[in-house]
Design a protein around this ligand. Structure first.
Ligand SMILES: Nc1ncnc2c1ncn2[C@@H]1O[C@H](COP(=O)(O)OP(=O)(O)OP(=O)(O)O)[C@@H](O)[C@H]1O
Length: 236
């Protein structure tokens, strides 16, 4: 029980906040919730067990038990492998204009695997954090309002596959649609930088941060084996 609790705290903190906070969450969990267990097994032993078996324990007993084909993959994936993951969003203008299926279809047809999907009106706190690096820009307040005012929701997605972070950005096209080539999503559908309909993580670090920010709850990311894997991601 303790191992599962601590593993969940560790995994969530690791995906949202990075290793330092994860370590703190682990020790906080240990001290708060498991005094009797810790007395019997020792905090260090239980912590080591949670770290070693964390994902396996969670997947075996969590809401997706039986669905997971690979219990060892963290929610932000493994950059540089076939299990690399990125956060892709259809922004409110893309949803309002009915472009969701096209954007999802492009990633599906390319061969990437959808492992997370949600529809939401993000909170201001979420949008502020997502765009934290732009907080000093003159368009920041307008950007956050456009993302959060509820005139249309955002589609948040996690896509998986080889080089998906870089290729996802290539498929989206340049941030400013005036520079986006034909065949890219922005090059095909957008005219201005303020209404460029989609977002994609620009690095492994951003992908980890953004996946942890937008997805974090139990079972929101599903590890699953596609029957197409043999035909799409195998090598000879
Ligand atoms: N000059 C601008 N005026 C209005 N909005 C802007 C401007 N520059 C950027 N933005 C908005 O802020 C978003 C984030 O800008 P950033 O420079 O981080 O580009 P990006 O990483 O390519 O975009 P995104 O994060 O949406 O994929 C842009 O997608 C756009 O919606």
């Amino acid at each position: 029980m303790f191992a599962r609790f601590a593993a969940t705290a560790f995994r969530q903190a690791a995906s949202r906040q990075g290793p330092a906070l994860a370590a703190r969450a682990m020790s906080t969990s240990a001290s708060r919730a498991t005094r009797s267990t810790a007395a019997r097994f020792g905090v260090a032993a239980a912590t080591a067990a949670a770290v070693t078996f964390g994902y396996t324990v969670y997947a075996a007993q969590g809401p997706n038990a039986g669905v997971h084909a690979d219990n060892a993959t963290p929610i932000h994936g493994v950059p540089g492998t076939a299990k690399e993951r990125t956060f892709i969003a259809v922004k409110p203008d893309g949803v309002q204009r009915g472009l969701v299926s096209d954007i999802i279809g492009r990633f599906e047809r390319r061969g990437y695997k959808l492992v997370g999907l949600k529809l939401l009106v993000p909170s201001k706190a979420l949008a502020n954090e997502h765009y934290a690096d732009l907080s000093s820009k003159p368009f920041f307040a307008g950007l956050v309002d456009y993302m959060t005012n509820g005139k249309a929701p955002v589609i948040g997605m996690v896509w998986e596959g080889p080089a998906v972070i870089k290729q996802g950005r290539v498929m989206l096209g340049a941030t400013d649609p005036k520079a986006a080539g034909p065949g890219t999503i922005r090059g095909d559908y957008c005219l201005t930088i303020g209404r460029n309909i989609c977002h994609g993580s620009d690095s492994a670090e951003s992908a980890e941060k953004e996946i942890g920010l937008w997805f974090g709850g139990k079972g929101e990311i599903v590890n699953w084996a596609s029957n197409n894997d043999e035909w799409v991601v195998s090598s000879n």
